[in-house]
Design a protein around this ligand. Sequence first.
Ligand code: CUA
Length: 332
Amino acid sequence: MTFVLAVLAALATALMTASVAAATNGGLTPVEPASPNATHIKTTYWVIVGFTAMIFFLVEGLLVVFIVKYRSRGRDRTIEGPQVHGHARLEIIWTVIPVVILAAIAAVVFSLLPKISDAPASSNPPIQITVEGHQFYWQFNYPGGARSINTLYVPVGRVVDLKVVATDVIHSWWIPALGGKIQAIPGRTNHSWFMAERAGSFPGQCAELCGVYHAAMLGRVVAESQAEYDAYVNPAGIGPTGNTSGAATTIGKQEWEGVCATCHGNLGEGGYGPNIASNPIIIQPAGLEHIIRNGVEGNIGVMPPVADTWTDEQIRALDLYLKQHIYKGSNQ
Ligand code: CUA
């Protein structure tokens, strides 16, 4: 009876997990890579899963066979089975095989590691971008001074060299389709890289518990054409089709949506942080700048110094956005 129950439980588990495995990567296996380092990480993953799955089925299969084959068959409990003492050949085999398996895994991993950690040589110089982890958003600093919040714009096919930093607590930069995690640690600069092999939007998530809105720290990389990238980072912010979608014209909106709205609500109506839509401080540039650059430690909670690394242009862009889109007047 117990055996039948065990088989039923095993079958039920297999059925339940099969649907997960059949769904798009199921959330359990690496996503479809879009960068060489992510491809090598995926290969490493499947090599190790291959060996461990083989061992799992061998061991569990033998366990079931032995349970069935050597069951008591009504023998008296006091009757002992045959007494076996050692088997040199068997013991050598089951020592050598694991050694060979471990050596094979090590060989694969050590041959792929340099290709995961080092960017491939390229005729085009890499683009240097600084990734700043903040409570609770990502900021990207591009060559030439352009910035973006939560979405990193890059051209397809170019190596992007990342300097990963933080000013408050530890965060972890992770875009699964574009490589492994790298921590953003205050007082330290970490390095990573990726090269988007196709256009697309690649989602990620801060992978280090960093405070109440850790879960809201969703980063994203948008890989697009060189022309679209150039339009984003160029100071005029005029795209190839004449649209104004560049950093200069959208940074205020990005700051509101990616930084302020997380705690104060999409319309400033309040959330974890207080209602600010009708607080006149948000249209007083000097007072506002002091608060967002230095943070506030009040009796209703702590506001992090969200703008501690912002440029004056960024501050002005937020002032303008608040005035035009958020402030509702102090009498409401
Ligand atoms: Cu930043 Cu978790």
